[in-house]
Design a protein around this ligand. Structure first.
Ligand SMILES: Cc1cc2nc3c(=O)[nH]c(=O)nc-3n(C[C@H](O)[C@H](O)[C@H](O)COP(=O)(O)OP(=O)(O)OC[C@H]3O[C@@H](n4cnc5c(N)ncnc54)[C@H](O)[C@@H]3O)c2cc1C
Length: 251
């Protein structure tokens, strides 16, 4: 899937180098080059986007326990280990509904839901946050890249007996003028239990919600293949890409 995103970037004149950065070179206080293990690239501007770590200093000073991910450990009521202190959002962990383990996926979707639960409970309520499947989407020019659940690498790392299926289909009926491609990869256990899915292509960002729903429900490939998904030529082929992927996976 990454190759298709890379292709799309390349079409727009953006080259992707997946290499480990070793050093930045500066002259007169201005960056002039980035050195990787492989080679050096001249540079006028460097943007570092090297991931996110929770800022837990204040929490730790208050005696609040962190979980295995390094973020604040919370229960389903967003309670920390200190009575009367709740946490949610980028500082806190969430339950991964696929693995059943705490995870750290700092996104606005989770922050809003956890904040709502914490707020309700602070006000004397009894709200629960179910957990997440790590649904995330990004726009790359005229295509979307989307994921929910585990990637193949994450699933293998977690020790699952992993199978994968990758298909290429169309986002609209193939005979619609301007019909655009969409790719779907499903990651599942040999038993058929769905572990994750990734999509790249037109309208992938909202199509991934089908996979997110299936993961929330703990469904298998069979359940996914039976869904009554919408069809009309401008919106999808009669077999939506998710259904085709599930059918191929069943084989
Ligand atoms: C560029 C960018 C794009 C993003 N795009 C998306 C997206 O498309 N989809 C998505 O789901 N998520 C996205 N996110 C992630 C999302 O914005 C965050 O997950 C979300 O805002 C986290 O909410 P939060 O309330 O936990 O933290 P924040 O939004 O960071 O709010 C924390 C607040 O606490 C305040 N604060 C900090 N320390 C103290 C203190 N000691 N006392 C008082 N106040 C304090 C801060 O000033 C801040 O206002 C994006 C993030 C970035 C940076």
């Amino acid at each position: 899937m990454a190759a298709h995103v890379s292709e799309k970037l390349s079409e727009r004149g953006i080259e992707l180098y997946v290499e480990e950065v070793k050093a930045f070179e500066a002259q007169d206080g201005q960056v002039v080059a980035v050195h990787t293990e492989e080679k050096s690239y001249p540079a006028e501007l460097v943007i570092l986007a090297a991931g996110v770590r929770p800022n837990t200093t204040l929490a730790q000073e208050a005696g609040i326990a962190l979980g295995p991910t390094g973020a604040v450990a919370v229960d389903e009521y967003q309670r920390t280990n200190v009575a009367g202190i709740y946490a949610g959002g980028d500082v806190a962990e969430a339950l991964d509904l696929v693995t059943g383990q705490p995870t750290y996926v700092p996104l606005g979707t989770t922050a809003n839901k956890q904040g709502r639960v914490a707020g309700e409970n602070l006000g004397g309520g009894n709200a629960c946050f179910a957990g997440i499947v790590g649904t995330a989407v990004v726009k790359v020019f005229d295509i979307d890249a989307a994921r929910a659940g585990l990637t193949e690498a994450l699933a293998r790392e977690a020790g699952y007996d992993v199978e994968t299926t990758e298909i290429k289909s169309q986002a609209q009926a193939h005979y619609m003028p301007g019909s655009k491609p969409i790719r779907v990869k499903l990651v599942y256990e040999r038993t058929g239990r769905l572990l994750g899915g990734q999509m790249v292509g037109f309208n992938a960002a909202k199509r991934i919600d089908v996979i997110a729903t299936a993961l929330y429900g703990g469904w298998g490939i069979d359940d996914l293949s039976r869904l009554d998904l919408s069809y009309a030529p401008p919106f999808a082929p009669v077999w939506d890409a998710s259904l085709i992927a599930a059918n191929v996976a069943q084989k």
